[in-house]
Design a protein around this ligand. Structure first.
Ligand SMILES: [Fe+2]
Ligand SMILES: [Fe+2]
Length: 265
């Protein structure tokens, strides 16, 4: 295997509404150029006004250079997306959703002669009770490995221990696993003994003067008064958070957390 087969990949933390899209539109094209990226994957479950996705927003995300969009528990927040997802190429919902759920949970993306398998899974601890992500993930990866050498997973989950157990369960079976969903990055990026690059949470791309992307005042009032106020994305302290990996022969060779602060013009 020569160095041509090395894949330079950027994984982007949950993009939050319009502020997140602004940051993504500024930072991703720049990183594609600077780092000569082969592929960009982003979690887009909060890209439409902070909740869900639409076909229109999927088009915008692709225009920034994102090849594949993963999601999670917010995937159906915009009801129209239940139908639209079938018309959106390069969009995944968690693969361990019940049989009959629209859309798909894994795919192979191809560009410039390079191929990458992408799987989206959702955890079950402090989340909706869906199929076992460990068993579903293992079966999908076994099947995908017949077609593609390099596979990465977005494991969308709340509990750190569930994510870390999953990393060890899959070590050596996939090139990298990126934790998403908490919107708070963890400083534990590592390459496990089997060669799988991991991070418990990639973080988020959006406004950080917020409660995980949403206006602070509303989040606090919901807790203090227990009133059903609607969340709204915040606006200030825009940042990009993501992880850059170099992968080859089914393993991660290099992993790096990236954070870039963006000034709104
Ligand atoms: Fe999210
Ligand atoms: Fe989520």
């Amino acid at each position: 295997m020569n160095t041509q087969s090395k894949i330079k990949l950027l994984f982007v933390g949950d993009i939050i509404g319009k502020p997140g899209r602004y940051v993504a539109s500024r930072v991703i094209p720049q990183l594609i150029k600077e780092r000569e990226l082969d592929f960009v994957i982003a979690n887009g479950e909060n890209a439409a006004g902070g909740f869900g996705l639409t076909k229109n927003i999927v088009g915008k995300l692709h225009s920034y250079g994102i090849d594949c969009i993963t999601t999670g528990n917010h995937v159906w927040d915009r009801k129209e997306f239940i139908k639209e997802i079938e018309e959106c190429s390069g969009v995944l919902r968690p693969a361990n959703y019940p049989p009959g759920a629209p859309g798909r949970g894994y795919c192979i993306i191809e560009k410039n002669g390079k191929k990458l398998g992408v799987v989206n899974l959702q955890g079950r601890v402090f989340m909706d009770p869906i199929d076992c992500p460990f068993r579903v993930g293992r079966d999908i990866v076994e099947k995908l490995r017949e077609e593609v050498e390099n596979i990465v997973i977005d494991f969308h989950a709340e509990a750190t221990a569930e994510k870390i157990a999953f990393f060890h369960f899959m070590d050596g079976k996939v090139a990298a696993i990126f934790g998403t969903h908490t919107h708070v990055p963890t400083a534990d990026e590592a390459i496990l003994p089997g060669g799988t690059g991991v991070i418990t949470d990639v973080g988020m791309t959006g406004p950080f003067d917020s409660v995980i992307g949403m206006k602070k005042e509303i989040a606090i009032e919901r807790i203090i008064k227990q009133l059903p106020r609607k969340f709204e994305p915040a606006k200030k302290d825009l940042r990009f958070q993501g992880v850059y990996v170099e992968i080859a022969e089914g393993k991660t060779e290099y992993i790096e957390r990236i954070e870039i602060r963006v000034k709104k013009e």
